[in-house]
Write a protein that binds this ligand. Structure first.
Ligand code: GDG
Length: 479
């Protein structure tokens, strides 16, 4: 959550922008549960409260926790490691200690407030030790975990000095969800390599005594030993598709989209990128391709405009500071080289926007650019599709997003292949209306069918089937 000042000067709460919040907000509204999270600023101590029908249980992080646990271990160790080391991960033992302590704090809060036999759903890479902590203290709980970002191949994951503890923490869950089946297989492989537990398809057999003691856990599994079954599989996340489509149809949003086009001088083609300012999103690659098209005269600023929204993110982490400088220099250079009095080549905005404005931008854009170098899913791609009730607009989508597994009618690109990206941009500009509509209709079917409600339902159903009480097996499972 972020604290903002309301119109009357009072302090009000707002959900922070980002993929996890977008996905979970509609789910939380439908259940009678509590959301344990941190208020988004250090040293804020507040009592539990209700926000828009959701019960919030704030956990306090100190200035040092934010530095070591959040900016450090979560966003400068795990984030780059899990995104295939696009940036170099940093390993610090103090950061790891803080990660363990903060995970303990979240676990303790859940242990305290969860009713007997309750279901606890733990989210994302910042809290991977929590499932194990819950399992030890509260074996009555049904425990789910969902990882919103990729899980790396073992060759990379093996770098992590605390790899065994992380895998152990996750194995405390009954169901471990990932975005893509490749992520789930990477995890199962890590389990085999680090612990030697038996795995078969999406199932993993964990010896019952393994949760407590590391030495016992590394012993080979044997038939006759009491086993707990853990499921590790993919559940591709989505958005509240119908809700987003409805938002984009509001007259005020449509008017705003027209206004955006007019303000830009009604160019023939508007391209759009919307991302947290993050090195995983491939913003530099997209700017490079766009700049080269201008240089080669294949596009010009009178007929084409690129809008890039880069929402501020992790602004105190060194790699993010460097990335912002690099992107802003590149934008400045492109505009300096090709802009005219009436036309900017790139309209760049480093702000967060209300959802209505995002929807208006999607409606105004002829071509949506999603060029991530690695991305768990990418909800922006799905939002663009949901917004386009007119069945128009073209999605250019990186193969390295989870979304590409499903959205096959997009124009798929390899963002490292700059010539390929440029050719795809031109193909999109030249695409006939009939072809655009054919593709967008197919994309919309996928996104409207597979929405966030279906995602959470699928996860929670699996969790119901595999809750520990039922999953205790003594036959050793796999052979
Ligand atoms: C992580 C994974 C995975 C962005 N700026 C503003 C704003 N947003 C909203 C977008 C979208 C969400 O944030 C971004 O979601 P993404 O999925 O694109 O990316 P991450 O934040 O990296 O999310 C990702 C996701 O978790 C879910 O599992 O898909 O792979 O990295 O909804 O619209 N929203 C508003 N103002 C902004 O300025 N209102």
């Amino acid at each position: 959550m972020d604290s903002v000042t309301g119109p009357d000067g009072s302090q009000v709460w707002r959900l922070s922008p980002g993929g996890l919040v977008t996905a979970l907000e509609p789910v939380m509204r439908d259940v009678d549960g509590a959301w344990i999270g941190w208020p988004g600023a250090p040293d804020v101590e507040i009592d539990p409260f209700e926000h828009d029908g959701i019960k919030m249980e704030p956990v306090t992080l100190s200035e040092l926790d934010v530095e070591y646990y959040y900016e450090g271990f979560s966003n400068d160790t795990l984030w780059p490691l899990y995104h295939d080391v696009i940036a170099q991960p940093t390993y610090h033992r103090e950061w790891w200690d803080a990660y363990r302590e903060v995970n303990r704090r979240f676990a303790d809060r859940a242990i305290e407030i969860a009713a007997p036999n309750a279901t606890v759903w733990v989210h994302d890479y910042q809290l991977q030790l929590v499932p194990g902590m819950l399992r030890d203290a509260r074996p009555d709980l049904t425990i789910g975990f969902f990882n919103h970002i990729p899980f790396p191949a073992y060759g990379l994951f093996a770098q992590l000095p605390w790899r065994k503890q992380i895998v152990r923490g996750l194995l405390g869950a009954d169901v471990i969800g990932f975005q893509r089946s490749a992520d789930a297989s990477n995890f199962s492989r890590a389990v085999r390599r680090l612990y030697g537990f038996e795995t078969k398809g999406t199932r993993i057999w964990v010896p019952e005594d393994a949760a407590k003691d590391d030495a016992a856990a590394s012993a080979p599994t044997r038939r006759g030993l009491s086993m707990r079954r853990v499921v590790a599989r993919h559940f591709p996340i989505s958005i509240d598709s119908a809700g987003f489509a409805k938002l984009a149809q509001k007259p005020s949003v449509r008017e705003r989209a027209d206004q955006i086009r007019r303000d830009l001088g009604d160019p023939q083609t508007i391209m759009l990128g919307v991302d947290r300012l993050d090195y995983t999103k491939g913003i530099r690659h997209r700017l490079k391709a766009y700049g080269e098209l201008l240089r080669e005269g294949r596009i010009d600023v009178e007929s084409t405009t690129l809008i890039q929204v880069a929402s501020p993110s992790r602004e105190r982490v060194g790699t993010y500071i460097a990335l912002r400088d690099q992107i802003e220099r590149t934008v400045g250079r492109i505009n300096g080289d090709y802009g005219t009095i009436g036309h900017s080549a790139v309209v760049y905005m480093h702000h967060g926007y209300p959802r209505e404005e995002m929807a208006a931008l999607y409606l105004a854009a002829d071509i949506m650019l999603v060029t991530s170098l690695r991305d768990g899913m990418n909800l922006v791609a799905k939002e663009y599709v949901a917004a386009r009730a007119d069945n128009d607009g073209i999605l250019i989508l990186s193969e390295f997003t989870g979304a590409a597994d499903d959205l096959k009618q997009a124009l798929l690109i390899n963002p490292h292949d700059i010539e390929g990206v440029k050719d795809t941009m031109i193909a999109a500009i030249d695409m006939t209306r009939a072809e655009r509509q054919r593709r967008m209709k197919a994309l919309r079917r996928r996104v409207l069918e597979n929405d966030v409600a279906k995602w959470s339902q699928a996860f929670l159903e699996e969790l119901g089937h595999n809750s520990s009480a039922r999953a205790l097996e003594d036959d050793g499972g796999a052979s």
